[in-house]
Design a protein around this ligand. Structure first.
Ligand SMILES: Cc1ncc(COP(=O)(O)O)c(C=O)c1O
Length: 390
């Protein structure tokens, strides 16, 4: 196995090439000088560690989500990990989750010392609540649903199961800032909701950052200790813990973008609607059904496509950054095999089929209608050309 120190600079150079791109950071931070001014004020105050911008950010998020408490932490992964630690979940415990997610969800469970137990997903890419109960054992402590692509899971059903079996719910809400499930914010159903400020999230920063939302005072108090060495004051530690604080500079960037969150969200929804309408006309493409009671915020816009790999290559050749999120489900990753959890191909047929056919198209606030029309045209062209080749 060869391990590179960092594959990211090269990866960014490579994927930055298409002009219709998932990466919109240059446009998003074109007004970076305004952020510099705020950072200058911070430098003058030297308010670097859990400074005032972090408090302001936490207040902003409490207002947006309706959560009683918000705790800024180092990343979305840490938000998940620290939530599990705060709930006392660790060695010998099982956490029910989805095999169709980003590695961070599973990494956080394993880092906490627990074992992830996978349950297959629905056609909407989210965990299938009908399959959860049969995965519950005496060791199960929590359900960890992931609200994939900005679509909140069926929280009515998940919360009812959790209540019946006395389980915690830790929501991976990293894709669902400003989303709604029946007028309530994802992240506020469970004991905690975990969010990421990674640069390509809908609300983002200039590096890593994340936060936890909770309505529980006890969990809040535990998280405040866990993120900051267990300190209750400068000199007294009541719990040996971690250093996972939301950085003041990242909080400044996130506060700056927070002012634009409605625009960011509404643009994504509008762009997704256009794709839905146009792509539904193409028989080789499957577009998800949308539930009007759920506000989906399209962190990514995903379709299922016949001949996915060839279509992806065709779109890339035509200057469109079509991506696969993600080709390998979590139970078939080398890391999972190394754990000897005994999962195998065929265990989660819906997730496996989706990994083979899913494709993401850029949907962010800087994509123009003309660019979207071009994407649709190229997808149609691909299938027409395939038909004439057959
Ligand atoms: C579903 C999901 N969960 C967790 C994370 C982890 O967030 P972070 O990168 O901030 O650690 C991500 C990040 O991409 C994610 O997509």
């Amino acid at each position: 196995m060869s391990v590179k120190h960092s594959f990211l600079p090269q990866q960014y150079d490579e994927t930055a090439k298409p002009s219709i791109n998932h990466n919109y950071l240059k446009e998003q931070f074109a007004d970076y000088k305004k952020i510099f001014k705020e950072i200058e004020k911070l430098v003058q105050k030297c308010d670097f560690t859990l400074g005032r911008p972090v408090e302001e950010f936490e207040k902003n998020i409490a207002k947006l989500t309706g959560a009683k408490y918000v705790i800024g932490v180092g990343s979305g992964t840490d938000a998940l990990f620290l939530s599990l630690k705060a709930l006392g979940i660790g060695e010998g415990d099982e956490v029910i989750t989805t095999p169709y997610t980003f590695h961070a969800t599973i990494g956080a469970i394993v880092a906490a010392g627990a074992r992830p137990v996978f349950v297959d997903i629905n056609e909407d890419y989210n965990i299938n609540p009908e399959l959860i109960e049969q995965a519950i054992t005496a060791k199960t402590k929590a359900i960890l649903p992931v609200h994939w692509s900005g679509l909140c899971c069926n929280m009515d059903k998940i919360m009812a199961i959790a209540k019946k079996h006395g389980l915690y719910v830790v929501e991976d809400a990293c894709h669902t800032i400003n989303a709604k499930y029946k007028n309530k914010s994802p992240g506020t159903f469970g004991t905690t909701g975990c969010f990421s400020l990674h640069p390509l999230k809908n609300l983002n920063a200039w590096g890593d950052g994340g936060f936890v939302v909770t309505n529980s005072k006890d969990v809040h108090d535990k998280l405040v200790l866990l993120r900051n060495h267990g300190l209750i004051n400068r000199d007294e530690c009541v719990l040996h813990a971690y250093n996972s604080r939301l950085d003041s500079i990242q909080a400044i960037v996130a506060n700056h973008l927070f002012k634009k969150i409605e625009h960011i969200t509404n643009s994504r929804i509008r762009n997704a609607r256009f794709f839905d309408q146009e792509l539904a006309k193409i028989p080789e493409i499957t577009v998800s059904k949308r539930d009007p009671a759920i506000k989906q915020v399209f962190h990514i816009y995903v379709i299922r496509a016949k001949d996915r790999d060839k279509l992806q290559q065709y779109l890339i050749q035509n200057d469109i950054d079509a991506k696969v999120h993600y080709p390998i489900p979590m139970h078939l990753q080398p890391a999972a095999k190394a754990k000897k959890w005994k999962y195998k191909k065929g265990d989660f047929p819906v997730a496996e089929a989706i990994c083979k056919s899913v494709l993401s198209l850029p949907v962010h606030e800087f994509i123009t209608r003309e660019q979207q029309k071009y994407v649709v045209k190229k997808i149609k062209e691909f299938y027409n050309e395939s038909k004439s080749r057959d």
